[in-house]
Design a protein around this ligand. Structure first.
Ligand code: FES
Length: 116
Protein backbone atom coordinates (compact mmCIF):
# COMPACT_ATOMS: atom_id res chain seq x y z
CA UNK A 1 0.00 0.00 0.00
CA UNK A 2 1.25 3.49 -0.79
CA UNK A 3 0.15 7.08 -0.36
CA UNK A 4 0.41 10.01 -2.74
CA UNK A 5 2.56 12.99 -1.84
CA UNK A 6 2.33 16.13 -3.98
CA UNK A 7 5.26 18.54 -3.82
CA UNK A 8 4.57 22.21 -4.55
CA UNK A 9 5.44 24.48 -6.27
CA UNK A 10 6.87 21.87 -8.66
CA UNK A 11 3.50 20.06 -8.80
CA UNK A 12 5.22 16.65 -8.74
CA UNK A 13 3.35 13.63 -7.38
CA UNK A 14 4.97 10.53 -5.97
CA UNK A 15 3.84 7.36 -4.27
CA UNK A 16 5.46 6.61 -0.89
CA UNK A 17 5.07 3.92 1.74
CA UNK A 18 3.29 5.16 4.87
CA UNK A 19 5.92 5.94 7.50
CA UNK A 20 8.33 7.50 5.01
CA UNK A 21 9.51 10.91 6.16
CA UNK A 22 8.84 13.91 3.94
CA UNK A 23 12.62 14.38 3.61
CA UNK A 24 13.13 10.76 2.50
CA UNK A 25 10.30 11.15 -0.03
CA UNK A 26 11.79 14.40 -1.36
CA UNK A 27 15.28 12.96 -1.73
CA UNK A 28 13.96 9.82 -3.48
CA UNK A 29 11.89 11.96 -5.80
CA UNK A 30 14.58 14.45 -6.77
CA UNK A 31 12.92 17.36 -4.96
CA UNK A 32 15.47 19.73 -3.46
CA UNK A 33 14.92 19.97 0.29
CA UNK A 34 17.71 21.16 2.57
CA UNK A 35 18.98 18.81 5.27
CA UNK A 36 22.19 20.27 6.72
CA UNK A 37 22.03 18.32 10.00
CA UNK A 38 21.40 15.03 8.24
CA UNK A 39 17.85 14.64 9.54
CA UNK A 40 18.46 15.08 13.27
CA UNK A 41 15.90 17.84 13.70
CA UNK A 42 18.53 20.46 14.49
CA UNK A 43 19.04 22.77 11.48
CA UNK A 44 15.51 23.67 10.27
CA UNK A 45 16.65 23.60 6.62
CA UNK A 46 14.04 20.93 5.88
CA UNK A 47 11.14 23.12 6.99
CA UNK A 48 8.02 22.65 4.84
CA UNK A 49 4.34 23.56 4.91
CA UNK A 50 1.76 20.78 4.77
CA UNK A 51 -1.95 20.92 4.02
CA UNK A 52 -3.18 18.40 6.61
CA UNK A 53 -1.70 17.67 10.03
CA UNK A 54 -3.93 14.60 10.35
CA UNK A 55 -2.14 13.03 7.37
CA UNK A 56 1.23 12.92 9.13
CA UNK A 57 2.83 11.70 12.35
CA UNK A 58 2.53 13.62 15.61
CA UNK A 59 5.16 16.35 16.11
CA UNK A 60 8.43 15.11 17.60
CA UNK A 61 10.10 16.70 20.64
CA UNK A 62 12.55 18.56 18.40
CA UNK A 63 9.73 19.93 16.23
CA UNK A 64 7.91 21.18 19.32
CA UNK A 65 11.10 22.79 20.61
CA UNK A 66 12.24 24.30 17.30
CA UNK A 67 8.91 25.30 15.74
CA UNK A 68 6.44 25.62 18.60
CA UNK A 69 2.81 24.51 18.74
CA UNK A 70 1.38 27.48 16.80
CA UNK A 71 3.57 27.02 13.71
CA UNK A 72 2.94 23.29 13.77
CA UNK A 73 -0.79 23.85 14.06
CA UNK A 74 -0.57 26.17 11.02
CA UNK A 75 1.07 23.36 9.00
CA UNK A 76 4.78 24.08 9.32
CA UNK A 77 6.76 20.89 9.93
CA UNK A 78 10.29 19.54 9.72
CA UNK A 79 10.56 17.23 6.73
CA UNK A 80 13.10 14.99 8.45
CA UNK A 81 10.86 14.40 11.47
CA UNK A 82 7.44 14.17 9.86
CA UNK A 83 6.21 10.84 8.53
CA UNK A 84 3.62 10.59 5.81
CA UNK A 85 0.57 8.56 6.87
CA UNK A 86 -1.99 9.58 4.25
CA UNK A 87 -2.28 11.50 0.99
CA UNK A 88 -0.55 14.86 1.48
CA UNK A 89 0.40 18.16 -0.15
CA UNK A 90 3.80 19.55 0.81
CA UNK A 91 4.95 23.04 -0.05
CA UNK A 92 8.71 23.27 -0.27
CA UNK A 93 10.14 26.78 0.18
CA UNK A 94 11.71 28.06 -3.02
CA UNK A 95 14.96 29.93 -3.25
CA UNK A 96 14.14 33.61 -4.01
CA UNK A 97 15.94 33.59 -7.38
CA UNK A 98 14.20 30.40 -8.52
CA UNK A 99 10.82 31.82 -7.42
CA UNK A 100 11.44 35.03 -9.37
CA UNK A 101 12.37 33.09 -12.52
CA UNK A 102 9.33 30.81 -12.21
CA UNK A 103 7.02 33.82 -11.80
CA UNK A 104 8.56 35.59 -14.80
CA UNK A 105 8.20 32.47 -16.98
CA UNK A 106 4.56 32.07 -15.93
CA UNK A 107 3.92 35.74 -16.72
CA UNK A 108 5.53 35.40 -20.18
CA UNK A 109 3.47 32.27 -20.85
CA UNK A 110 0.25 34.15 -19.99
CA UNK A 111 1.24 37.13 -22.13
CA UNK A 112 2.03 34.94 -25.15
CA UNK A 113 -1.52 33.51 -25.03
CA UNK A 114 -2.86 37.04 -25.66
CA UNK A 115 -0.21 37.95 -28.27
CA UNK A 116 -1.56 35.52 -30.89
S1 FES B 1 17.38 18.01 8.27
FE1 FES B 1 17.99 19.35 9.84
S2 FES B 1 16.16 19.77 10.89
FE2 FES B 1 15.57 18.39 9.36
Amino acid sequence: MSETILFLPDQKKFEVKPGTTILQAALKSGIHLGHKCGGRGACLTCKVKIDDNSAVSQPTKSELQKLGKNLIKAGTRLGCQTKVLKRLKVEVPEEPLKAAIRKQLAKQKNESIWDD
